[in-house]
Design a binder for this molecule. Sequence first.
Ligand SMILES: [Zn+2]
Length: 71
Amino acid sequence: MYADILDEAAAREQQLIEVALANRKAPEPPSPVCRNADCGEPSQPGTSYCCPECREDDERWQRAIQQRRVA
Ligand SMILES: [Zn+2]
């Protein structure tokens, strides 16, 4: 009886963890090549851009695209 309650609690907790994991949006993996337009340079390790300037350029570009989509 007591063991059953413990098992049930553990099962419910496991279910909550699985739901939380399923709902969490997977982060986009860093691109091995600079994402800035047609830059084509290899990215800095752990990032999606070869340099801070490219990152700023691309972020500005992405923002412009999103604003165009909304408008
Ligand atoms: Zn670049």
